[in-house]
Design a protein around this ligand. Structure first.
Ligand code: SAH
Length: 325
């Protein structure tokens, strides 16, 4: 039994079954606080860890917005859940060469990952929550952040809970599931209000669906394999598909403009990933095969190209980022 499972069993025995939302929040808090989950030796790999091209194109996209919005000298770069700091390192290289050298602010709760981020970006500032970010024109990135925020699940209108069963933990009911995520909507609404008040854009990249629909999307990854959600609490990554219709609605209600949703592959192609791959292969001919397979992994429909999607939220008086239409 994992240490967290023991704690959750005690909690359920004294307080009664806990909601899926509380279970997911407790598991992920413990999980991220105690490890670096990324890469071959971890549980999962993300786009910036696959290739430098991902962060570079994000950096180029943001630098272009910043330039078209008038090159504000006070603009800051914000990243939510920056992992190892790989995306920001690649993005900063490109932004700086475009004349944009922003102060860097991270929203990150994991002490282990904060350490990796400090090594990647000396001089960055950290925040526990979006609310404590400084008020300045903001260029924000959230890659695979919203999928880690907790979801509520309902079966025929009744909230689904986790209870103690003979061999471990069990769900108290099954059936057709409807998911909502107040935590995500709250995060998006805070971002949108900030962009409205201070100016700026936010790029949200994650896996998920374009329209709200019923279905159980909660999943666990352990050592790069899917695993039952209730196994090994706190020792595997729990995520749920992002409902981009709900994200767009939360942003609009908070007064922001929202771009169309783009499949990740199409978005990266429009930003020029093929040209970037060719240029990299020219300077590193010995790595040409590796570069092409990274491009394919990020862009091809049978890999990350379609399941992953990108959407931008921007203040109504800032231009929409490139790549969405
Ligand atoms: N964006 C990175 C890492 C994705 S993993 C990449 O693409 O590689 C999810 C990230 O979100 C981790 O950095 C994790 O520590 C952070 N995170 C998860 N839940 C969080 C929360 N509630 N508040 C702040 N950060 C959180």
């Amino acid at each position: 039994m994992t240490p967290l499972e023991r704690a959750l069993r005690d909690r359920i025995l004294s307080e009664g079954p806990m909601t899926v939302e509380a279970f997911m929040a407790a598991c992920n808090d413990y999980y991220y606080a105690t490890r670096d989950p990324l890469g071959a030796s971890g549980d999962f790999t993300t786009a910036p860890e696959i290739s430098q091209m991902f962060g570079e194109l994000v950096g180029a996209c943001l630098a272009d917005c910043w330039a078209r919005a008038g090159k504000s000298p006070d603009a800051i770069y914000v990243e939510l859940g920056p992992g190892r700091g790989t995306l920001v390192s690649d993005a900063l290289r490109v932004m700086r060469s475009a004349g944009f050298d922003p102060a860097v602010h991270f929203v990150e709760t994991s002490p282990v990952l904060r350490e990796a981020q400090a090594a990647a970006v000396p001089g960055a500032s950290w925040h526990d929550e979006i609310a404590s970010l400084p008020e300045a024109p903001t260029l924000l990135v959230a890659n695979e952040f919203l999928d880690a925020l907790p979801v509520r699940q309902f079966v025929q209108g009744v909230e689904r809970k986790v209870t103690v069963a003979a061999g471990g933990l069990a769900f108290d009911r099954d059936g057709e599931i409807v998911e909502t995520s107040p935590a995500r909507e709250d995060a998006v609404s805070q971002i949108a209000k900030r962009l409205g008040a201070c100016g700026g854009v936010a790029l949200i990249i994650d896996y998920g669906h374009p329209k709200s629909a019923s279905g159980d999307t909660l999943q666990a990854m352990h050592a790069h394999n899917f695993s039952p959600v209730l196994d090994r609490p706190g020792e595997q990554d729990l995520t749920a598909h992002v409902d981009f219709e709900a994200v767009a609605k939360a942003a609009r209600v908070a007064g922001a403009s929202v771009t169309p949703l783009a499949p990740q592959g199409q978005w990266l192609e429009r930003l020029g990933i093929s040209a970037r791959a060719q240029a990299l292969s020219k300077t590193h001919p010995e790595r040409a095969g590796e570069i092409e397979s990274a491009r394919a992994r990020l862009c091809e429909p049978d890999q990350m190209g379609t399941l992953f999607k990108a959407m931008a939220i921007h203040s109504p008086n800032w231009p929409a980022p490139l790549g969405f239409e």
